[in-house]
Write a protein that binds this ligand. Sequence first.
Ligand SMILES: [Zn+2]
Length: 279
Amino acid sequence: MKKFLPLLIVLILCACQSSPGADLAVSATPTATFVPTLTETPSLTDIPPTETPQTPTVTEPAFQVCVPLEDETMDSLLLILVNPLVIPPFGKDDGHHGVDFAYYRRGERESIQGIAIYAILEGRTVVTLEDTIPYGYAIIIETPLSVLPEQIQAALLDGYLPIPEEVVYQGECPNFSPPVNNGEMSVYHLYAHMEVRPGFAPGDTIACGTELGTVGNTGYSSNPHLHLETRLGPSGANFSSMAFYETTYSEEQRANYCLWRMSGHYQLFDPFILLNAVD
Ligand SMILES: [Zn+2]
C-alpha cells in the first residue's frame, strides 16, 4: 500500500485543479442585460410618418413711421405745425428747408422745450452736429429708400428733379466734390435745434421711435421748436460737420452746408409724405 500512496495523492491533486476552470466558464457567460433586446431596435412602425416640411411664413416687416414728438399723434402734429416747407430753387438758401413744430402752452405743458424727439424712421446715424448756425445741435439719419413701400418710393423719386450741371450759389460756397451716385438712393431726416448734442456716433443704428434728444433752442432759432428736414439723395452721405454764415466756420463746414442744402444732390421733400403714410 505504501508503494501506491504517492500515486494516489497525485491523482487527488489533479482532480482538484480542474475545478477553477469550470468556475471561469460560468462567470464568462454574458448575462441578458448586456444583450440588446429587440424592442430597442427601431422598427418601421416606430418611425413617425414623414410630414411635409412646413414652409415658414415669410412676413415682411411692417413699414413703420413714428411720431417725432412726445405726447403727439400723427394727427395732432398738424395742430403744432408753425412753419411749413418752402422749397427754394437750386443754389438758393432761402425758403424753409423743413417743417417746424412748436407751441407755448399745450395741456399741462408750458413749453415745448425739453420734449422728447423721436426718429420718424429706422436708419443709421450720418452725423451729429455741434451747436452751429443754422441747425444748432442736430442729427442726420439715413434710411435706404428701398425699405419704404413702393408707392412712397415712386412718389419720392417722381419729385426728384434732374441735378443741374451748373449752380449759382447764394453766399460764398467753397468748391466741393459731388457725392458718388451709384443709383442707390436714401431718405435723410435731420432734427435740429436740440437742447444738447445727441449721443450717437456715425454708423449707429437707429430704430423707428428711438429717442434722439429733446427740443431746444440752439442754433438759428428764436424760440424752442423742432425743425424736421427730409431729403432724398444718393446713399452713403458722409458729412463730418456742417455750418454756414459765420466767418469762423471752416471751409469744410461751409462746403458741406452748400452740398447739403443748395447743390441739388439732396433734394427736399415734404415730411408729411412719410408721416401721412401710416394710420
Ligand atoms: Zn425750421
